[in-house]
Structures are given as C-alpha cells and as structure tokens.
Design a protein around this ligand. Structure first.
Ligand SMILES: Nc1nc2c(ncn2[C@@H]2O[C@H](COP(=O)(O)OP(=O)(O)OP(=O)(O)O)[C@@H](O)[C@H]2O)c(=O)[nH]1
Length: 169
C-alpha cells in the first residue's frame, strides 16, 4: 500500500530505496503483493524479513478474513522471531467501515501482535508503525540502552491515534 504497486505481470513487490547513512540505521522496506495469485511466490520475499507489517482494509471484510491465512503462512515460512504488526488500513474511510477496531484488536490479541489502525491517505499512525518496528529491532539488537525494557505493544498502545468520526486525522 505504501509503495508504488507493480504492474500486473511484473515482480509482485516494491523496494523503497532507503535514504539513511549507515546500514545499522537503515530499513529496507518491501511491499509484497497481497493478491491470491501471487501467494505461491510471495513467501520467497519475506522469508528472511526481520519484521512484517500485515495489512487489511477496514472497508473490505475479505481482506480481514485473509489475515488468518497469512499468519498461518508466516508461521511456516518466516523467521521464527520475526516481528509482526497487524494494521487496519483506510481508517479515514469511516463511512465505509465494515471491520470494527475491536475486531482488529481481538485478532491481534489472539496472535499476540501489536495492532494499529492506519491511513495511508491522511498518514494517521503510519510513522508510528514503522517507528515501533524500528525501536523493537533496535531493542532486540541491544542498541537501545536508553530503553532497557522496550515493549512494542505497550509503546504502540501509548502512542496511537484513534480514528474518529468527529475529529480530523
Ligand atoms: N482512502 C484511502 N485509500 C487508500 C488507502 N490506502 C490505499 N488506498 C487506495 O487503495 C487502493 C489500493 O491501494 P494499493 O496500495 O494498491 O493496495 P495494495 O494492498 O498494496 O494492493 P496490492 O499491491 O495489489 O496488494 C489505491 O487506490 C489507493 O489509493 C488509505 O489509507 N485510505
């Protein structure tokens, strides 16, 4: 969702070129296709990933229902200690919402992963999602002496903005 989608027939992913100076501060971000037809090849692209952002569309029930299948696949193909975050995107489209925030929260709790609702349109919680992942990876690498007991779920809960019908975000 956050890169340029590849056109049909090309590789199902986008690499966002990083602009950081040192490789220890660099995140390489790959946008793999969520479409069913790429399912059989996508795992090759996330097999070595340190973190996975799993997105569904809050206006599309099928995308939410697909998350369980993705989590099952991830357990099979991804690194055992991969950081996973569940994101309910298009939070700006409240009038077309079909998946309640609570449903996302419940699913995330079931799998023990942090959860945020985001909007690629307004930017709501987008930076936070990447920042939380980066902090977690840094913490695991033992580089965050200033945060001796970083908990990604607590961090996300304390920082996240909630979508609302009546306030702009
Ligand atoms: N209103 C709104 N539209 C969005 C948001 N995110 C994506 N879109 C729109 O949804 C459509 C699909 O976005 P994509 O980024 O292609 O979705 P995708 O899930 O990456 O699609 P695949 O690469 O095919 O898996 C585009 O028209 C986007 O502009 C959002 O947060 N809010």
């Amino acid at each position: 969702t956050w890169g340029n989608s590849s056109s049909p027939g090309t590789l199902p992913l986008t690499l966002t070129t990083p602009s950081y100076k040192s490789s220890s501060e660099m995140l390489s971000i790959w946008d793999t296709a969520g479409q069913e037809r790429f399912r059989s090849v996508t795992h090759a692209y996330y097999r070595d990933a340190q973190a996975l952002l799993l997105l569904y569309d809050i206006t599309n029930k099928a995308s939410f229902d697909n998350i369980r299948a993705w989590l099952t696949e991830i357990h099979e193909y991804a690194q055992r200690d991969v950081v996973i975050m569940l994101l309910g995107n298009k939070a700006d489209m409240s009038s077309e919402r079909v998946i309640r925030s609570e449903d996302g929260e419940t699913l995330a709790r079931e799998y023990g992963v942090p959860f945020l609702e985001t909007s690629a349109k307004t930017g709501m919680n987008v930076e936070l999602a990447f920042l939380a992942i980066a902090k977690e990876l840094k913490y695991r690498a033992g580089q965050s002496a200033d945060e001796p007991s970083f908990q990604i779920r607590d961090y996300v809960e304390s920082q996240k903005k909630r979508s609302s019908c009546c306030s702009f975000m």
